[in-house]
Design a protein around this ligand. Structure first.
Ligand SMILES: NC(=O)c1ccc[n+]([C@@H]2O[C@H](COP(=O)([O-])OP(=O)(O)OC[C@H]3O[C@@H](n4cnc5c(N)ncnc54)[C@H](OP(=O)(O)O)[C@@H]3O)[C@@H](O)[C@H]2O)c1
Length: 316
């Protein structure tokens, strides 16, 4: 199966490439990178792994994208969240080239399409376009990464690996949260894209369901350290959303990060959107039902990795 991956040098993209390479199904992989990034360390690693590397800007000429996509079975987009809308003309090129399946960049938490998270709405705009042009697709969401689930410890011993510590517990910390080790994302993707049952469907591919309160309990027990519970209320999170929106309105584009962080916490931490039950309601197929044989890294194993100095920091 011939696969093109956009954003292959990134966090999700690298997991996808390694999942495809380790799969028993044979995938011929082409990674597309911005020409300015072709020499990056991550791209050089991809090359060494046998991935065919092509330089093309996301807003590059459409005929070049059509040429690249001609004869391709699956296009997977794992681009940075800041450039999601650039996928719309790329989806048009995929349609023109007759691509068998387009995986738009989702790979995040389950959430209602509109009115909850701004970043989700951009992803839904892309999906609306895909449906408008009848491009075969699969949406894959993976829950919250283990790698951004853990809080810091008072000793500082996990600081080396926790790029975005979850130091606050949203609400009372009991909302069920589907979570996945980043390394497993690509293994799920490899199964899903080779499966005809997932064509024109949304799939929720997650490993474990663990509330934020349980995450803190597990870290405390495994480390032997005491962790203060820093709760953040719905009211406080809503106020962060409003102040970020106001800053954006006044032209501070950097406020987008604060908006997304607060909206994510409201969605998975307070509303409980990112649970298998809600995902099913929203129309997702559940990977546990599709692939009951699939093994995965447990959160407990990740905590061991973290405490043993073996975890890998994301966006390093
Ligand atoms: N489930 C979770 O917990 C979780 C966490 C984080 C992100 N996500 C989701 O995962 C998806 C992919 O995000 P990611 O964080 O994995 O991506 P990322 O690592 O930030 O970026 C992926 C690639 O996008 C390319 N890119 C193209 N234009 C870019 C630009 N203007 N600025 C920066 N990079 C650009 C870069 O490749 P080249 O330099 O090679 O062109 C980069 O390596 C998103 O949908 C995001 O929402 C989910």
């Amino acid at each position: 199966m011939k696969v093109v991956v956009l954003g292959a040098s990134g966090e999700t993209g690298r997991s996808i490439v390694s999942g495809l390479l380790e799969s028993p199904d044979k995938f011929e992989i082409t990674a597309v990178s911005r020409p300015s990034s072709l020499e990056s360390k991550n791209n050089q690693t991809l090359k060494k792994l046998g991935v065919n590397l092509v330089g093309l800007d996301l807003d590059g000429p459409q005929d070049e994208w059509v040429r690249l996509f001609t004869g391709i079975d699956v296009v997977i987009s794992a681009v940075n969240a800041a450039v999601l809308r650039a996928q719309i003309p790329i989806a048009d090129a995929a349609k023109k080239a007759g691509v068998g399946r387009f995986i738009p960049c989702c790979f995040a938490t389950a959430c209602p399409p509109r009115g909850v998270m701004q970043v989700r709405e951009i992803k839904e705009d892309v999906l609306d376009h895909i449906k408008k042009i009848y491009l075969p697709y699969t949406v894959i969401d993976v829950g919250w990464w283990y790698q951004i689930s853990a809080p810091r410890l008072p000793s500082g011993r996990v600081d080396y690996a926790v790029a975005f510590p979850s130091d606050h517990i949203a609400g009372d910390g009991t909302a069920p949260v589907a979570r996945t080790h980043l390394q497993d994302v690509g293994r799920y993707v490899a199964r899903i894209i080779a499966d005809p049952r997932t064509l024109n469907k949304m799939v929720f591919a997650y490993s474990e369901v663990i509330s934020q309160g349980q995450v803190v309990d597990m870290l405390e027990k495994a480390s032997g350290e005491h962790l203060d519970r820093n709760y953040i209320s719905e009211l406080e999170l809503n106020s962060q959303v409003h102040s970020s929106q106001e800053a954006l309105r006044l032209g501070d584009v950097s406020a987008i990060q604060g908006l997304w962080v607060a909206q994510y916490q409201l969605s998975w931490g307070i509303r409980g959107d990112n649970s298998p039950e809600h995902a099913k309601y929203l129309g997702y197929l559940d990977c546990k039902e599709l692939y009951p044989d699939m093994t995965y890294i447990t959160f407990e194993e990740y905590v061991k990795e973290l405490l043993n100095g073996k975890a890998i920091r994301v966006y390093a």
